[in-house]
Design a protein around this ligand. Structure first.
Ligand SMILES: [Zn+2]
Length: 194
C-alpha cells in the first residue's frame, strides 16, 4: 500500500504522520506537531484522522487540521484530544480508504494507545508501541507500564504483517513479524529508545 510520511522532512521533533489515499478518501494516522504542519497544510483534503495515542507529538496539529479540513477524527479516548472525536473500542473494525482496519487496544506506553491492522492488506500501524529492529515504546512516562506494554506487543504476534508503520522512525517492509517478536524479547529485558 502506498503510505507517505508527512513528517519525513520536519526540522523539529514530531511523531510520524502517515498519509494514504484510497477509494477517494485521504486518511491520516496521527497529526504530529511543529513544522510538520506545512506538509499537512498542502493537502487537498483530509477525510479521516486516527490518533494512535494522545501524546502531544502525535496530536498537536489536530486543531489546525480540524479548522482547515473538518475531518472525522477517531481515538480510543476522545476526551484526551483537543478536538471532537469518535470513540474507538477494542476489536472494532473501522473503514479507512475502503479497507477494514481492526482496532487493538495496546496500553503500556500510554493508556489510550491503539494499533490498527488491515488483514486484507497486511498493514499495521503501531503508534509508539513497537519500533523497527526490536524497538519498543518508552514506559518511564506518566501511565507507562512495562508489563502492560509487553502484553500489548504480544497481541500483535500472530498477525500477518507485510508493512509496519510506527509512530517514529522508518516504515518496515521486511521480516515484520519477526521484528515484532524481537520487540517482545527486548521489552522483557532492555531499555527503550523513546
Ligand atoms: Zn508517545
Amino acid at each position: 500500500m502506498k503510505v507517505q510520511n508527512l513528517a519525513e522532512e520536519a526540522s523539529d521533533f514530531t511523531g510520524n504522520i502517515w498519509k494514504f489515499k484510497r477509494n477517494g478518501e485521504t486518511v491520516l494516522i496521527d497529526a504530529g506537531t511543529g513544522d510538520s504542519w506545512k506538509q499537512i497544510q498542502n493537502l487537498e483534503k483530509v477525510d479521516k484522522v486516527v490518533i494512535t495515542h494522545s501524546h502531544y507529538d502525535h496530536v498537536d496539529n489536530l486543531p489546525k487540521i480540524a479548522d482547515l479540513f473538518s475531518p472525522r477524527v477517531y481515538a480510543f479516548e476522545p476526551e484526551n484530544l483537543p478536538v471532537q472525536a469518535s470513540e474507538l473500542v477494542e476489536g472494532e473494525k473501522i473503514s479507512l480508504g475502503g479497507l477494514d482496519f481492526e482496532i487493538f487496544h495496546t496500553p503500556g506506553h500510554r493508556d489510550d494507545s491503539i494499533c490498527l491492522h488491515s488483514r486484507g492488506e497486511k498493514v499495521l500501524f503501531t503508534g509508539d508501541l513497537v519500533f523497527p529492529e526490536g524497538g519498543f515504546g518508552r514506559t518511564d512516562l506518566d501511565q507507562g507500564d512495562r508489563d502492560l506494554l509487553i502484553d500489548s506487543i504480544k497481541k500483535l504476534e500472530g498477525l500477518e504483517v507485510d508493512e509496519m508503520y510506527c509512530g517514529h522512525e522508518e516504515a518496515v517492509f521486511e521480516d515484520v513479524e519477526e521484528q515484532i517478536s524481537r520487540s517482545v524479547r527486548e521489552a522483557e529485558r532492555g531499555e527503550s529508545k523513546y
